[in-house]
Design a protein around this ligand. Sequence first.
Ligand code: UD1
Ligand code: CA
Length: 451
Amino acid sequence: MSVSLIILAAGKGTRMNSDLPKVLHPLGSAPLLHHALHAGQSLDPEQIVVVAGHGAAQVEKAARAFDAGIEVVLQAEQLGTGHAVAQAAPLLADAAGDAIVLYGDTPFVRAETLQTMLDARARHAVVVLGFEAADPGRYGRLITSGDTLDRIVEFKDATDEERAITLCNSGVICAEASTLFALVSKLGNDNAAGEYYLTDIIALARAEGLSAGVVICDEAETLGINTRAELSRAEAAFQARMRAEAMENGVTLADPATTYFAMDTVIGRDTTIGPNVVFGPRVTIESGAEIRAFCHLEGCHISRGATVGPFARLRPGAELAEDVHVGNFVEIKNAVLDEGVKVGHLTYLGDAHVGEHTNIGAGTITCNYDGANKHHTEIGPRVFIGSNTMLVAPVTVGRDAMTGSGSVITADVPAEALAVARAKQENKPGLAVRLMERFQKIKADRQKGKQ
Ligand code: UD1
Ligand code: CA
């Protein structure tokens, strides 16, 4: 049975008070929109249509970044959730099977819940995701009789008696695509808000003799983001879930409350994460690695047995092979470190490849940027880079070579050679003492002058 997704993401999100469209605000380092897409994608949808309006160009870009096959349709004026769904109709005219409507600002709906809705379609033509609200506030209320859903009434249009109902509408709806669009095409906007309410399709369906039902989920799943305060609470909930999942998967978190995950962080079993570690997007860590305190990682891969930090920064394109050691105050960007490489202290490696078992001395820098272009540094296996070596790229250091401490390497170093590129040392006997006497005298004269 094939399924398509319609993601509503046209709203302005006025209460975010932001130039950024609401659905692009980040949660776990990923736009809210990606969370909804992530849950939906687990159903292996035939087609995904995002309905965009405010900031449509940005929303389209973010949708395509998630999956290039996503289609985006413009809802120029936001005339209501029913009107928004109708915009997707031309793109899904030939869609066989079911369509599920999700909101781009509702990040926590679980894949399992969506599957339960699809299963419930065996019993009902239209399935709505509902929840028992602790504080029903302004949510739409579900009017049921027994196992069937009769209609949904929006808060604005509800009587006091209806407002007393606590079973609320999450907004997620599932029906056969053709049924959904047929119902949506019949919607009117004669209501308190003057909007085309998607929720009115329930009463329309029932009037046509179609059955409608409710799948109930936990209220936490339906949490929508409308304000920055809600976003911060959602972030806390997201982090709590990721921490719990990591520990269940066999990852040790020394101080879970200070580990920050991204939506796509993947960490293998028996890896240990020290306190105050932040994961940006696209980090994968294999089993048995160790990330020590105060590291910031994004866009990188860390292999089995590697150790990183404390105080290390791995930026996009950092690839650490097995048993690599990256120590304190080291920054690595777009660089591949082969097995057993050691970069212990105070180093920047950017746009580089380092061969296996090479040792990079403290204070080494790959000078990769000339002010306009980036250049590559190639370091062979079993090389010893002396402390405070400047590697002015493009440059190659051959296998089993060495560089002298403090060298500025501007020319390629052949395999097995020692390169020394620094001023030669000269010793001047007694000069230190004579100089110091002179400096002390200058100081004393100056102080006398002040009195
Ligand atoms: C909607 C439901 C309500 C439900 C609540 C759950 C309707 C009429 N009401 O109300 O029953 O309890 O969600 O949160 O459906 N959107 C568009 N285009 C539009 C209007 C909305 O894309 O023209 C998008 C918004 O960006 C948002 C979502 O649809 O992501 C929901 O819209 P919103 O205005 O927040 O609906 P609610 O009034 O909260
Ligand atoms: Ca809302």
